[in-house]
Design a protein around this ligand. Sequence first.
Ligand code: DHB
Length: 305
Amino acid sequence: MLKTKLGDIELDGVFTNGSGANDDSLEKLLQIAGSRAGFVTTKTSTFLPRAGNPGPRFYTLRNTTINSMGLPNPGYKKMAEIIRELKTKTKKPVFASMSGFDAHEAGEMAKALSAADVLELNLSCPNLHGKSQIIYDPEATDEVLKVVKKSTDRKIAVKVAPFLDSDAQLEFCGIAKKRGVDLIIAINTLGNAMYVDADREKIMLKPKWGGIGGEAIRMVGWGNVRRYYEYFKGSIPIVGCGGIFTGKDAFAYALAGASAFACASALYTPEGVNAFARMEKELEEELKKHNYSSLAEAVGKAKEF
Ligand code: DHB
């Protein structure tokens, strides 16, 4: 059984469900709480309830997912109720993923969702067509973080988009440091992607573009995690996310600099939440094989040429 710490949050279990396509009901969240996940992450909620984009909006292809869900969720007020109920039924920390469309909404939501242990600001949903991702706008990111920090005493995690440019990532790092971000969850899906089926000569998502997750983005995940690790030098813990299907994938994320792991694509298989127990066992075996006596010892230890 592996344990880890994210700052002063002690976790009995090193995995969570990356705020996924459909973790918005109490029933699904309880299923995660009952698994070997160390913490539970809700579906991202928004100010108003949303039906999301029209379908088709989700596919898995060769260990890569593409989705254009568009944040279907019951709205933050209902999500706050679900979290309060969940907290009476599990001792595991709950991360409330939330996405305000502006700083005012984010502040209101942060107050209402403070029954959760951590507020995960999803500044990086690629599927809100017509609304650009806040994370790629440094001023908007700074404003949201400033307002949310004032609105709650909960810890703040930021779910970041993949940065494809190192200077842009470093600019975000400066803002996160200035605003006292407590955790980074890296990375969300890579947006602006498309699935074209050549046989059918068809774009397979109704909203055409979507975000990809899974194997295709794992190396971007490692690269982004490493840059955060080198910048923050352990002062802000990192949850690695992107293409984790095995304990060995998670081990590589740890070596890059992650202290815990979020999985989404890996859960959309018949194995479901049982993937957490399997991956934990595999990760324990990797740690043993490489002579680490704890996960913490392996964090950031990828050797360089
Ligand atoms: C959605 C898309 C994502 O890539 C994600 O990580 C969370 C939510 C969405 O469109 O609902």
